[in-house]
Design a protein around this ligand. Sequence first.
Ligand code: SF4
Length: 351
Amino acid sequence: MPVERVILAEPRGFCAGVEKAIKALAWMVRVFEPPVYCYHEIVHNRLVVDQFRTQGVVFVDDVAEVPPGSPLMLSAHGTAPEVVEEARRRGGVVVDAVCPLVTKVHHEVKVRSRKGYTVLYVGHSGHEEAIGTMAVAPDAVRLVETEEDLERLGDLDGAPVALLAQTTLSQDEWQGLMEEAKRRFPDLWLPSRSDLCFATTNRQAALKAIASDADSIVVIGSENSSNTVALEKVAKASGCRRVVRVNSPDELPEDLSGTVGVTAGASAPEAVVEAVVARLAPTTGTVVSSVTTEDEYFPPPPELRELLRAVATALAVTTAAPATSVVDPIGEDRGTSAAELLLAADALPAA
Ligand code: SF4
């Protein structure tokens, strides 16, 4: 494969929300005997999900499939309130790994709907995040995917209108609809801080920065990952002649050449990025193009923090260990990356 150079976009790959979710599920696997249940894919990445399967995690799309009393994790994409309630009714430990940025949008839906607003939600029909967010106030929320959807709304009988968004939209998907909604509803309420998350925005900016220098772009991530698909769209919109999305290096086409830009969606492991670059084998090497650094850290979900503290205390009591020798699980969480945990389980492609 005559690839001369690889440009790696930075930031790429795991975001703080995905880090939090993967580490939380890894903690669950350490604390409980299998099976540990997970409602929906913990993050939208096939390799990550398959790896947890080998560790005894059972993924379900209906909490009714979870035997009463079993430990259950709810995914990073956010879960409908009635599903959370039903999960808790089943009596096992329930840990909600929702990303705090998705929780922010749930909160906005709740507050605006209680104030009598019609909430227009720009998102992708059928995506788990959209389903969970719209379920917060189903009578008040209207899904908007296109300008035609906005047109069909009419004037909404003069009711106050708010406009919210799925966190992983691309700026281009959001901008036009936001402007059109503002035109149709001049008193439109918008959150003071955009719903589009920093990780999505940063990865798109990093990709745009390399797109004009690349003969082709490789986007690493799963097809059901909304932010991965958004990266593909950004790469195509930037005019790059060839854009391919792959889950793993074995899906790379054989005919890539010249300069190849590489990025990864927020749920794609760095080990896969390394394996892809190794397969591309650039003859003049790899350069990193960075637009910013991310240092956000989201701590484990509160239910898990309580559980880990209780486990650490119980261990200290049963082993009569001196206080200084007891592992601090919260400190350990901060000091360990999700990539390290996944590599330790040795189930991702080697570079
Ligand atoms: S992409 Fe953004 S919203 Fe989604 S998990 Fe990551 S930080 Fe949270």
